[in-house]
Design a protein around this ligand. Structure first.
Ligand code: PLP
Length: 215
């Protein structure tokens, strides 16, 4: 069940400079349509099959965001319509996106996912690898990719200081490379920690349960 008052309040609170991605994974298209009717246009999904099915059933002025781990063999299916891939977590995936985008005569918007937590379960480049990537990157190798910024997830912990430290570390690399690489988006913050994320410089938050209720 979508909670429209939450959607409207959060949209109002964050203002026009922050993009709210409504994370609709596992939720039915009816819920997405309700949010759509309240003006929401950015939706996030973490599974390719579900993403494709929903995109076919819903209005085509929706901006679809891929926020989950993406297998290389599925890249070609989302290249035609994806608005932004948040979860580029390896060079091999980046190269595959470039290859498929080239084939389909597309340019694909991506964020590079950074592992700022110490959780084993999280994907992404380390802060060290991110530095290496953007110090040395040769855009000729990625002609069909538009690098739009960085994405990260904090640890699942109730310790706010740990979360703040992790978000700050991501904002630091974002600021370092922002001008040089024309980054636009720092995607960080979920239902439980988006207030801290905004305080730490986020301009794109990904909220699921706050908007659609528990999964
Ligand atoms: C599920 C998910 C979210 C949203 O989580 P909530 O806690 O429900 O807001 C955000 N980002 C990613 C990468 C997710 O997988």
């Amino acid at each position: 069940m979508i909670i429209p008052s939450n959607l409207l309040n959060i949209s109002k609170d964050i203002g026009p400079d922050v993009t709210l991605v409504a994370v609709s994974k596992t939720k039915p298209v009816e819920d997405i349509k309700t949010a759509y009717d309240f003006g929401q246009r950015n939706f996030g999904e973490n599974k390719v099959q579900e993403l494709i099915k929903k995109s076919e059933e819903l209005p085509n002025d929706i901006n679809w965001h891929m926020i989950g781990h993406l297998q290389r063999n599925k890249v070609k299916y989302i290249v035609p319509f994806i608005h932004l891939i948040h979860s580029v977590d390896s060079l091999r995936l980046l190269k595959e996106i470039n290859k498929q985008a080239k084939k389909q005569l597309k340019k694909v918007n991506v964020l590079i996912q950074v592992d700022i937590s110490n959780d084993d379960s999280k994907f992404g480049f380390s802060l060290f690898e991110i530095n290496d990537l953007f110090e040395k990157i040769n855009y000729d190798d990625y002609q069909n990719i538009l690098f739009k910024g960085l994405m990260g997830m904090a640890s699942f912990t109730s310790n706010k200081e740990i979360i703040r430290k992790q978000f700050n570390s991501l904002n630091n690399v974002f600021q370092k490379f922002k001008k040089r690489h024309s980054f636009e988006y720092l995607s960080m913050g979920m239902s439980g920690d988006y207030i801290i994320a905004l305080e730490c410089g986020s301009n794109m938050i990904r909220l699921g349960s706050n908007i659609f209720g528990k999964r």
